[in-house]
Design a protein around this ligand. Sequence first.
Ligand SMILES: *Cc1c(COP(=O)(O)O)cnc(C)c1O
Length: 422
Amino acid sequence: MIQKKLPVASDEIQRIADSLPTPFYLYDEKGLRDTARYFSEMFSWAPGFRNYYAVKACPNPVILKMLAGHGFGADCSSLPELRLSRAAGLSGEKLMFTSNDTADDEFREAYEMGAVINLDDITHIDALLRATDGKVPELISFRYNPGAERTGNAIIGNPVEAKYGVTTDQIVGAYVRMKELGSKRFALHTMVASNELDGSYIVETARMLFALCIRLKKEADVRIEFIDMGGGIGIPYKPDQKPMDLGMVSREMEALYNEMIIPAGLAPLGIVFECGRCITGPHGYLVSRVRHVAHKYKDYVGLDACMADLMRPALYGAYHHITVLGKEGVPADNVYDVTGSLCENNDKFAIDRRLPPVKPGDVVVIHDAGAHGHAMGFNYNAKLRPAEYLLKADGTVVMIRRAQTYDDYVATLRFPDSPVEV
Ligand SMILES: *Cc1c(COP(=O)(O)O)cnc(C)c1O
């Protein structure tokens, strides 16, 4: 059985778990920083390289600020995400606003913050102008949806069915219109994959965007200042999976750049990403304690965490590796469904998972929960949301979000007719 790594020794995590109320999220500062550095180094050849971290993956300003320290920007899709990013010290063109079905006040605030506005649809040109009282951003980006020209990957699906982006027929007109309105600088975005491990997918996306830059120069006389490759780089959730070969992706993208962009006279063309998952995903852990072990028609491990704390397994059937602390050397000979406490049979972290024999009180670590983990949490069954802690590079642990309390949960209730004491 291949083990997945813990950020520090197992007995150290056990000690942390014994000193804090479970469940909680733990983020590994050293791992986060190493990954941020590695990603930027990989693309050091690319003009203006930047990763705009997708805030939705882990919307904690302490983490956003840490990533900002490595030159990252923030990719936001809502007003609260923009505000969180600003609170983390990001401003102006370090903010990317890639939204869809956007409200006017979001466009207005993004414009006022000087964020890069990435429009999802041609009708959003008028919505933006309405929101800004006719003021036109100097820099504008469009999200491109290639439709039938590309097949999507398993998670994001077929681009023809995707609600996002401007079509192949609309894209030239979109830039022409913004140029006529007075925009002077232009960017081009796409996102056609999610949780992809095959690097050639990313290379092909670059090829598609490079070709589109050439077409836009010819047909709209618009020179693209940078392309935004979106997110979508996956992580090896399963112990036998391999991470995407970013070195290969970078080398092949550089070769395509030299082959397509330089001869077309379009260099320097900036290259940015909006990756969330591959940055924080592997460095977040959901730490939970076993409440019950039950034998019914199958064997069940009941945790004090539930799908309201991490919904990916229930939502997508996603695999999250589980380590039972202190039993790393014990053969994984038992087969369990690992569940939470929701009145919802989908509330399972794993089905038919081979684990060492588990008993109540054992601490389990659920891996790769650092992206789309805490952020996707919810309050069904009035489950209160767990705290987030940062395991600092010096080994100390600091709280970066407290657990939700009953008072937080009821704070938004109103009783207009018959006051109730809650
Ligand atoms: C979700 C999303 C991302 C981040 O995707 P990851 O798979 O977490 O890297 C980036 N950009 C947009 C527009 C997204 O919707």
